[in-house]
Design a binder for this molecule. Structure first.
Ligand code: FAD
Ligand code: UDP
Length: 365
C-alpha cells in the first residue's frame, strides 16, 4: 500500500466527514478523530430528554444553490422540504424579517405595493460609497430608522461590536425585499435531513475504510502520528499553538428548554429579539423538523466572548492575523486545512461541503 493512502482527519463535522468519505471512496484508509463524543460537529442533533429532536449547538437550516452539493449529501440522507421563516420583534410586535414590503407596511401603517416599497426605501436610505462595513450595508439599503430598529442592537449583542466595526459581508447575509416574500433564504434547495443531521453523518462515515474515534484530541496525537496526510478542521491558531496570538472567535451559550403540553410556542421557526433580552433569538425545533409531539422544545442563543469557537469574527485586523497563520499553513507539508475554523471563514454548511469536496479533489488528483 502506498504511504499516501493513509489519512488522519481531525474533526467529524462537515469538513472532516466529507473529506473522509471522499478519500475512503477513493481507496484511502481514513482515521477520523474528534475531541467531542459525537460526530456531526456543530450540526449535531439529538433527541432531548423529552424525545424532541433538537440541535445542540443552535439551529441549523440547510440551504444551497449548489445542485452538486445537494446531490452529494443526498447520497446519505432523504430530505424534508423546509423553508425557514423568521420574525423580528420591535417594540413588542413581531414583523417579517428580512425586511420586506409587509414589514414596512405594518411598521409604518402604510399600504405600499412593490413599487411603493422600492420608492420608500429609495427615500429613506443613506447612500454610502464605498460600502465597506456592515453599517454601510444597512444604511445604504434601508436607512437609519430600520437600521436602529432591526440591526444595530442585534449586531452589538451577537458580536460585541458595532456594525461599523464588522466587514460588509456580515450584514450582507440579510437581503432586503420590496415584495412579500418572507422566507429567510431564497436558495434553490432548502431542506432538512429527514432523520436529522447526525444520522446523515453516520451514513457518510459508514465505510469499511473509515474508523471514527470520538473523545480524542489531536493535541494528544500530534507528536506520535503515523498518517501520511492530515486533514485538520479545527481552529487554525490552535494548530500552530497560537504562535501569533489567538484569533478572535465569537461564542454562544445555548439555553435549551422543553415546554411540556404546549404543541407550538411561536409562529415561525425563529424569532429574533434585536432590542430586548440578553439572547438574540429563540428557535422552536418542531418547525424545522416537522416532528409531531405533545410538547415542544426551544433554544435561546446568548452570545459571549469566551467558550467554544463558533464564529470567526469578520474584521480586517482578524483577517490579517489569519493570513499570517495561513502562510504557515501553506508551508506545512502534508496537512490540509479546511472548514469554518481552519479557514477562518463565516461559512454556511453548504460552503463547507463545497470546500471539502474541492480539497478532497486536490488531494486525489
Ligand atoms: P465544525 O462543525 O465546527 O467541526 C469541527 C470539528 O472539529 C468539531 O466537531 C470539533 O470538536 C473538532 N475539533 C476541533 N479541534 C479539535 C482537536 N484539536 N481534536 C479533535 N477534534 C477537534 N450553517 C448553515 O448552513 N445553516 C444554518 O442554519 C447554520 N446555523 C448555524 C448556527 C450556529 C449557532 C452556528 C455556530 C453555526 C451555524 N451554521 C449554519 C454554520 C455551520 O455550523 C458550519 O458551517 C459547519 O458546521 C462547519 O463545519 P466544519 O466541519 O467546518 O466545523
Ligand atoms: N442581523 C441583525 N438583525 C437580525 C438578524 C441578523 O442585525 O435580526 C445581522 C447580525 O449582524 C447577524 C448578521 O446579520 O450576525 C447575520 O445574520 P444571520 O441570521 O445570517 O446569522 P447566523 O444565523 O449566521 O447567526
Amino acid at each position: 500500500m502506498q504511504a499516501s493512502s493513509f489519512a488522519l482527519v481531525v474533526g467529524a463535522g462537515f469538513a472532516g466527514s466529507v473529506i473522509a468519505r471522499e478519500l475512503a471512496d477513493a481507496g484511502w484508509l481514513v482515521r477520523v478523530v474528534d475531541k467531542r463524543i459525537h460526530v456531526a460537529g456543530n450540526a449535531y442533533d439529538e433527541l432531548d430528554a423529552h424525545g424532541v429532536l433538537v440541535h445542540r449547538y443552535g439551529p441549523h437550516i440547510f440551504h444551497t444553490n449548489g445542485e452538486r452539493i445537494f446531490d452529494y449529501l443526498s447520497r446519505f440522507t432523504e430530505w424534508r422540504p423546509y423553508e425557514h421563516r423568521v420574525r423580528g420583534v420591535v417594540d413588542g410586535r413581531a414583523y417579517p424579517f428580512p425586511i420586506n414590503r409587509d414589514t414596512l407596511n405594518q411598521l409604518y401603517g402604510l399600504d405600499l405595493d412593490d413599487t411603493g416599497a422600492e420608492a420608500f426605501l429609495e427615500r429613506v436610505r443613506e447612500p454610502r460609497d464605498p460600502v465597506l462595513t456592515s453599517e454601510d450595508v444597512v444604511l445604504n439599503s434601508v436607512g437609519r430608522d430600520l437600521y436602529e430598529k432591526f440591526f444595530l442592537n442585534y449586531t452589538r449583542k451577537q458580536w460585541g461590536l458595532d456594525p461599523s466595526q464588522l466587514k460588509a459581508g456580515v450584514a450582507a447575509r440579510i437581503p432586503v425585499r420590496t415584495n412579500t416574500d418572507d422566507r429567510y433564504f431564497t436558495d434553490t434547495f432548502q431542506a432538512m435531513p429527514k432523520f436529522g443531521y447526525t444520522r446523515m453523518f453516520e451514513a457518510m462515515l459508514d465505510h469499511p475504510n473509515i474508523t471514527v474515534e470520538l473523545g480524542v484530541d489531536f493535541e494528544d496525537l500530534r507528536d506520535n502520528m503515523r498518517a501520511a496526510h492530515v486533514v485538520y478542521t479545527g481552529p487554525i491558531d490552535a494548530y500552530f499553538r497560537y504562535c501569533f496570538g489567538p484569533l478572535p472567535y465569537r461564542s454562544l451559550r445555548f439555553e435549551h428548554e422543553h415546554l411540556a403540553g404546549l404543541t407550538q410556542y411561536q409562529e415561525t421557526g425563529t424569532i429574533n429579539y434585536p432590542n430586548d433580552h440578553a439572547y438574540t433569538r429563540i428557535t422552536e425545533f418542531k418547525h424545522l423538523t416537522g416532528q409531531t409531539h405533545s410538547g415542544t422544545s426551544i433554544v435561546r442563543e446568548y452570545p459571549q466572548a469566551e467558550g467554544e469557537p463558533y464564529y470567526p469574527i469578520p474584521r480586517a485586523e482578524n483577517e490579517a492575523l489569519f493570513k499570517r497563520y495561513e502562510e504557515l499553513a501553506k508551508a506545512e507539508r502534508n496537512v490540509t486545512f479546511v472548514g469554518r475554523l481552519a479557514q477562518y471563514r463565516y461559512y454556511n454548511m453548504d460552503q463547507v461541503v463545497g470546500a471539502a469536496l474541492a480539497a478532497a479533489k486536490r488531494l486525489l488528483d
